[in-house]
Design a binder for this molecule. Structure first.
Ligand code: HEM
Length: 297
């Protein structure tokens, strides 16, 4: 734990340390924090074992802390933070069909359309003179994709629309990190301005979710044609099972909105960065894509 703290204080990437430990100690290692032991699975088999088995439920000390953000329900008891294994399992039964390969395949059109838009933007900017923030563009494209395929929303961020959502996500994530380090921050006047910003962003995201879910339920009740997205599927499956609490549904809106965007954007940004550093791998990747998908004219 001491070396982890030191890495954080020095603003180093803690993941480099995790990688180093995995290489040194094997794919499953543990971190001792006083009497507390955290297990770090880094290979697919142990990830599956420790994430799925009822013998290793989510640790309440860690996940219950994320229920609120500065005094208000935020991640709540969505899939990510639900420490009650049985309840989590019930949620998985309702959510999993929306993430099945067959259902997601119907959404490939959205992924392609948004990727084309991104390429269009890059072509316009690629004059050899302009600097482009790839991370910011990728953040936009991933948010456009997740909000469309999950909730049928058209944010149009890649096209240049201005919405408060990218900033709101970044603010709540910063808030979450600080909140975990110091849950009493909201009672310290020197932090009030920051806490207020975080609460405002959290409110915006939850209100957006509430509105989106309510409208979809209304459309279902009125027998309207529904978008083929993740929300529709979840609500349809939930109706067949014995339902899903409105608050939990909203917790999952937040979970998909944030966990589905930030992770993917970081992953893609780092991939692009590494590819520019390693031309021989870029070449192999290009060959593999051409081989599998073929040339596109
Ligand atoms: C490259 C992209 C992604 C990465 C690296 C990633 C990473 C992770 C990790 C490490 C966890 C485990 C967290 C924990 O238990 O503390 C997790 C869980 C989760 N992620 Fe992702 N994720 C990605 C994409 C997504 C997307 C696109 C979505 C949703 C649309 C999503 C939704 C979730 C959910 C709901 C959970 C909780 C699952 C459960 O316990 O049942 N993630 N993700």
């Amino acid at each position: 734990m001491a070396s982890l703290n030191k890495a954080m204080e020095d603003h180093k990437a803690t993941h480099d340390l995790f990688l180093q430990w995995a290489e040194e100690y094997g794919p499953l290692f543990r971190i001792n924090i006083l009497h507390y032991v955290a297990i770090w699975p880094t290979d697919p088999e142990s990830v599956k074992k420790y994430m799925m088995s009822p013998d290793y439920p989510k640790d309440p000390n860690t996940y219950e802390r994320l229920f609120n953000l500065f005094g208000k329900r935020f991640w709540g008891k969505g899939l990510l933070t639900d420490p009650d294994h049985q309840h989590w399992y019930k949620q998985r039964r309702i959510m999993d069909p929306a993430f099945s390969h067959t259902y997601l395949m119907q959404m490939v059109g959205v992924f392609n359309e948004k990727a084309e838009e991104l390429m269009g933007q890059l072509e316009e900017k690629a004059d050899g003179k302009q600097h482009v923030s790839m991370h910011s563009l990728i953040n936009r494209v991933t948010l456009d994709v997740i909000t469309k395929v999950a909730f049928g929303m058209d944010l149009g961020l890649v096209e240049g629309n201005k919405t408060p959502f990218p900033e709101a996500i970044s603010t709540v994530l910063k808030g979450m990190l600080k909140y975990i380090q110091n849950p009493f921050m909201q009672f310290m006047p020197q932090h009030w301005a920051f806490v207020k910003e975080v609460q405002k962003s959290a409110d915006l995201l939850r209100k957006t979710g509430q509105e989106c879910i309510m409208q979809r339920k209304l459309a279902m009740l009125n027998g309207e044609e529904l978008p083929k997205d993740i929300l529709t599927k979840i609500l349809q499956v939930a109706e067949k099972e014995d339902g899903l609490d409105d608050d939990i549904m909203l917790d999952n809106f937040i979970t998909f909105f944030i966990a589905g965007q930030e992770t993917t954007a970081n992953q893609l940004s780092f991939t692009v960065m590494e590819l520019t550093r390693q031309p021989e791998i870029t070449q192999r990747l290009r060959e593999e894509i051409d081989d599998i998908i073929g040339f596109k004219t």
